[in-house]
Design a protein around this ligand. Structure first.
Ligand code: WQD
Length: 343
């Protein structure tokens, strides 16, 4: 019998790409999502790619009763927990929403796991836990700095909750994945990032400007201490990122490690600046992008990129897609959304 994986937030951006990879690797997937930041149409995109319609429940992870009946109905081997609120700026204005959604959700899942014999949980964390790095590339042992936002704080707290629970002797394992900046879309053009409202993140803003939905991209600062003055990030292809989750779940379920909690950076190991990314977009799309330099955005980190050696060696995972192909996938997805009349 196929192993059954619960994917929370499975209609979201990274979740949907991961569902496709899990299905491709032979896992049976059950998705729950409260659709607060995604749309059930994503299920059609997933089905078109994999040929398998995943079982879907509209459900909020903060609703423990609902989760409990789900755990009674299905016997899950593992969980990949994406469901969370993720807008940094919004978290500053609505901190309790972030603490409730992100922390209560995790606690509910952890509480249910032992009783229902769910062996492991893969947790979506973020490079945001590092704050402004003292040096780059940054590895998993770098000090965790005070969080710059309630959103970042929920990731730090959730990592600690997992560590404390597992080390208290709970019969579960966990792999914590710290994502750098996920971008791009599935090469099929069937799924991708679908921000609701004005995009906060760079790449959807670039592609929406390129296609004419937004008039102009604001580049937040060109006076940083970097070669071209704009911020540097480690932009990682979302399908590459999704594949790491399949490796992680298998590692836990097959007890490939003696450690009960493991942490991995998921990045390419290379930094690219905001202006470099704009150049790449212009090259692969053939469009010239309307942008202007404006003031720095509050809370932005100057530069951060991953030391992904641990994931490379221990998981046998490496980011493969080039930035060019990744930006092209993001652009194709944007064009596809227009063809479908969605945007
Ligand atoms: C990237 C760079 C901006 C928009 C955040 C979270 C992180 C993560 C991904 C989770 C920055 C610049 C952006 C724009 C710009 N995880 N920019 N104009 O802030 O690195 O990371 O999203 O969900 O946890 O903190 O990503 O895409 O917002 O910004 O110039 O209109 O692009 O200043 O330098 P960020 P981002």
């Amino acid at each position: 019998m196929n192993r059954k994986i619960l994917v929370t937030g499975g209609t979201g951006y990274i979740g949907s790409h991961t569902v496709v990879e899990l299905q491709g690797a032979g896992y049976e997937v059950v998705i729950i999502d409260n659709l607060s930041n995604s749309n059930a149409d994503v299920l059609d995109g997933i089905t078109k790619i994999s040929g398998i319609k995943p079982l879907f429940y509209e459900m909020d992870c903060t609703d423990k009763n609902a989760l409990e009946s789900l755990f009674k109905e299905h016997s899950f081997d593992g969980i990949i927990h994406f469901a969370a609120s993720k807008a940094v700026g919004e978290s500053v204005h609505k901190p309790l929403l972030y603490y409730r959604n992100n922390i209560v959700s995790l606690i509910n899942l952890l509480e249910l796991m032992p009783e229902h014999k769910v062996k492991g949980i893969v947790f979506s964390s973020s490079c945001t836990v590092y704050g402004e790095p003292d040096k780059n590339p940054i590895d998993e042992n770098a000090p965790i700095k005070p969080a710059a936002s309630p959103y970042g704080n929920t990731k730090q707290i959730n990592e600690e909750i997992i560590q404390d629970f597992v080390h208290s002797g709970a019969p579960i394992k966990s792999i914590i994945l710290r994502y750098f900046n996920p971008i791009g879309a599935h090469p099929s053009g069937e799924i991708g990032e679908l921000p609701i409202g004005v995009p906060q993140n760079l790449v959807p803003f670039i592609t929406q400007t390129g296609i004419g939905i937004r008039e102009q991209l604001s580049v937040f600062g060109d006076d940083y201490n970097t070669p071209d003055g704009s911020c540097i990030r480690d932009f990682i292809n979302v399908v590459d990122l999704a594949k790491a989750h399949v490796i992680a779940i298998e590692r836990m379920l097959e007890d490939k490690s003696d450690e009960k909690v493991e942490i991995f950076n998921l990045g390419t190991g290379k930094g690219a600046s905001v202006l470099e990314l704009i150049n790449i977009f212009e090259k692969v799309s053939g469009e010239s992008l309307n942008y202007k330099i404006v003031n720095r955005r509050e809370g932005d980190i100057e530069q951060i990129w991953a030391q992904p050696d641990k994931a490379n060696k221990v998981l046998g995972w490496t980011a493969r897609e080039s930035l060019e192909d990744t930006m092209l996938s993001a652009w194709n997805w944007q064009k596809r959304l227009r063809e479908k009349g969605i945007m």
